[in-house]
Design a protein around this ligand. Sequence first.
Ligand code: K7E
Ligand code: CUA
Length: 766
Amino acid sequence: MTKTRKLATLLATVSFGALVAGSASAESLQDVMKRRGLTDNDVMAAAKTYNPTGKLDEFMVFSSGGQSGQVIVYGVPSMRILKYIGVFTPEPWQGYGFDDESKAVLKQGSEVQGRTILWGDTHHPALSETNGESDGQWLFINDKNTPRIAVIDLRDFETKQIVQNPILQSEHGGAFVSPNTDYIVEPAQYAAPLGGEFAPLEQFNEKYRGAVTFWKFNREHGRIEPENSFSLELPPYSQDLADFGKGPSDGWAFVNSFCTERYVGGIERGRPPFEAGCSAKDSDFLHVINWKKAAELVKAGKAKKINGHNVLPMDVSVAEGILVLIPEPKSPHGADVTPDGKFITVSGKLDSHTTVYSHEKIQAAIAAKKFSGKDEYGIPIISLDDAAHKQAALGLGPLHTQYDSKPCVAYTSLYVDSMVAKWDYCEGKVLDKVSVHYNIGHLMAMEGDTSKPKGKYLIALNKLAIDRFAQVGPLHPQNHQLIDISGDKMQLLYDMPLPLGEPHYAVSIETGKLKTNVRYPFGTDSRTEKKSPFAVRPGQERIEKKPGKVEVFGTLIRSHITPEIVEANEGDEITFHLTNLERAQDETHGFAVSKHNVNLSVEPGKTASATIKANKAGVYPYYCTEFCSALHLEMEGYLLVQPANYKATGVKGKEGQVYGQKEYDARVKANTDTQAVINSVVGYITSVNFKDFPAVVAMVEDATEQLGYAEQNKKKSEEFAAKGDYNAAFLWAEQWFQYQVKAADIGLRAKTFLEQNGAKKVEAAK
Ligand code: K7E
Ligand code: CUA
């Protein structure tokens, strides 16, 4: 098919598409319900979750990706997955761990004692807050296995920083943020000597320790400051989940724990396993910490250094009165502060009770020094009676609690019952229960851990899916269930399979609060968020060669890579720095080199680099890995790696095709015809109120840019034709046509958008 006919076909496809979209099914809703066996309730649930094409979700969810070491992003109520964010694990689509810039970020977390750790056990994501409300700027997530916290910028959903915990061997209950995100908390899990030294288990009580780390976050720079961060040394209990106080309890943090028995197992030594000894007592301890005062003590020099990190010793915390313990029912899990900051709920996994602690009562006991005793490490204990506001029997295996927009209303997951309990934490009474499938862990209400929960929806993060989805082998996907909580009775709406690790927790935000970028400022290194020193403008592309080193400063634009030929010698190190020159939304280019571990994702405006070793002579095609345009497959080039002893033969081969004036004239005529088609599309666009549609304005800008390039190439072809070099003239006329195709592609997209969105005729200009 000729290229002009291709364009005509493109035009035809667009109008055909519009026709199909307009035709309706002959079946009635009742017919479909009958055919698919749907009840009225099912149809209601479908109507509550279905997003017609083009309609966006009200909320966005950031779910931990469990063992995948990633973050999963999806929309509510549609439950459509929107993105996986590479965090602790390389993710090739995003180039994460495959370009030099992101490798540097990944490396901050992956290089551990000479080992390279390429996975993470992500548990708890946290969204940044201002005055206790989600502000949509940053996301943080922890790794339980290799204690680390990552910082993700929500302007582009990319991981920017990973900090390794310098004193812990394992952690769990982070990340959670203080009400203004000046600190991020990361409590330990399994006790070990702080700093990573060896000590035998016989010295568990003396040498093993728990801890909680408070990472200082610099909001201006969007980065954690390890040098201004600190930890509190804690007894070798298994600290678990944490939460920051807010409102009246601002300045305090709450950390639950288990295995305060300090039991060490050893089945092979003839001892009962950990699970027996770690749940023997009827209660464990909620740790109550005055973190603001702790930060001041660290500033005043009261901390000691372990691996260069500030650690407040337990005796200092006790002497300064910043650490107290309160009993909590058997094998507790979760510590969740209420939106008003007055209460903290903690559930006992092996107890049917959820305890509501009163911050006011706790403070009164501390002020009056009313303690029931001390633990073995000298930490004062407040009795449960002196701290509890209420205890409620919600069901079996209560775990985590989230809050509604309605006052006093909370939701608690019941692991053993496989249910969610809706209850009143002010009165301590159950309001409703709904079954979930199966064995729920965390649950999450919209902005339900902030000071302004939004209610409406709740998500059950179930541990088991069993029979909910078509079978895919013994390893099942996870099942996130969407529940409508807007009425008195909860209604289960939707099952979503999540096939990427076991997400433990998720957080959500109103989509409108996110201020994401659609492109980067020209030449941005997205990982440092600064201008890349390697960015080049079009026309400035170059290859620099030094002995043993080839450095390419190139650009990417529909549909070519500049440069297209790179020559190197066997043994050279080659670095490609590529800048995407596009400004159009969603015009990402990839870059891969055959048989090399390279894949870049270069979004509009971004500069990314890839360094490879040319260890084997040969011919290596490189190409764009994103289907970016009609001539995407032609977005290619060659890396030629010459053997060390290579001598050019001087024999010049023939080019595939040589063109003359006849081909040139035909090409020019076709281009002129194409321009007439483009002009008619432009005529339509400018005849309507396209300026009222920002998406179209952006498309028109892009198309105008493409037509500008077409014009430049038209001039070039004319210059060669004037010199009588019709071969070159023809090829530049082809390139002129390529830019026309791109302009037409965008123009038609804009025209369709306008037609489908009710654009109106405007008075002719002038
Ligand atoms: Cu799975 Cu928060 Cu790690 Cu509970 S945690 S269930
Ligand atoms: Cu650029 Cu395909």
